[in-house]
Design a protein around this ligand. Structure first.
Ligand SMILES: CC(C)(COP(=O)(O)OP(=O)(O)OC[C@H]1O[C@@H](n2cnc3c(N)ncnc32)[C@H](O)[C@@H]1OP(=O)(O)O)[C@@H](O)C(=O)NCCC(=O)NCCS
Length: 186
C-alpha cells in the first residue's frame, strides 16, 4: 500500500488550518468529549475515548501513515496550535483509490463555517498529494449538521445504506456521500 505523505507545512485557507494530529492534542480532545456528551455517539464509538486510548492512537499515527491506512488532521486557528477539532481519514482502499473521512469540532467553535472549510482543505490534499480519486462521508441520516457540512464542501448524497453499521447493539441506517475531484469547491 502507498504511504500517506508527511505534511511539511499546515494546510490553510486563512480561516482554518490543518496539521497532523499529535499527542499534545489529547487534553482538548478529552474536553470536547466532556463538553458534548453526544460526540462519541456521533463518532460511532461506544463511549468517549480515554486518555490512554488517545495516547496509543498518537503512538500509532506515524505507522498508520506509513502503511497508508490512516491519518488524522487536527483543526486549528491559523495563529494558534490549540486543537479545535479533528478530521480522521480511514477505511483507505488503494486498489480503488478511495478513503472515508470523519470530522468533529469542539462545541465552542461550531457555527463558524470552519467544518466545510476544513473538509475542503483535507479533501484537496487527499486528491492532490495522496492520489485518492473518491472520498466518502458516512453519517446518520438525522445528522443534519454533518450532511450540510459535507454538501457545502461539494459532497453529493448517494442514498441510504440500510442497516449498514452495527452500533449500540442494533443495526443502523447510514447516509453515504461522496466527493470526486471535479466536485471540490474552491
Ligand atoms: C458536523 C460538524 C463538524 C459541523 O460543524 P459546524 O460548525 O456545526 O457546521 P457549520 O456551522 O460550519 O455549518 C455547516 C452546515 O451545517 C448546518 N448546520 C450547523 N448546525 C446545524 C444544526 N444544528 N442543525 C441543522 N443544520 C446545521 C449549517 O447551517 C451549514 O449548512 P449551510 O451551509 O447549508 O447553511 C459539528 O456539528 C460536529 O462536530 N458535530 C459532532 C460530530 C459529528 O456529528 N461528526 C460527524 C460524524 S460522521
Amino acid at each position: 500500500m502507498p504511504a500517506i505523505p508527511e505534511l511539511n507545512a499546515p494546510l490553510t485557507d486563512g480561516r482554518v488550518s490543518l496539521r497532523l494530529s499529535a499527542e499534545r492534542d489529547i487534553p482538548e480532545i478529552l474536553i470536547a468529549y466532556q463538553d458534548d456528551p453526544e460526540l462519541h455517539l456521533r463518532m460511532g464509538i461506544e463511549k468517549p475515548p480515554s486518555g490512554a486510548q488517545l495516547g496509543r492512537r498518537a503512538e500509532e499515527a506515524s505507522g498508520g501513515r506509513a502503511a497508508g491506512t490512516h491519518v488524522t488532521f487536527t483543526i486549528v486557528e491559523p495563529a494558534s496550535d490549540v486543537c479545535r477539532g479533528q478530521i480522521d481519514v480511514h477505511n483507505t482502499d488503494w486498489e480503488h483509490q478511495r478513503a472515508e473521512l470523519g470530522i468533529w469540532l469542539a462545541p465552542q467553535v461550531r457555527g463558524r463555517g470552519w467544518a466545510p472549510a476544513a473538509l475542503t482543505l483535507a479533501c484537496r490534499w487527499l486528491f492532490e498529494a495522496c492520489g485518492f480519486e473518491r472520498l466518502e462521508v458516512l453519517t446518520e441520516p438525522d445528522n443534519e449538521p454533518m450532511i450540510r457540512t459535507a454538501r457545502r464542501a461539494g459532497f453529493v448524497e448517494e442514498g441510504i445504506l440500510r442497516g449498514y453499521l452495527r452500533e449500540r447493539g442494533t443495526r443502523v441506517d447510514t447516509t453515504i456521500m461522496s466527493l470526486l475531484p471535479g466536485d471540490i469547491r474552491s
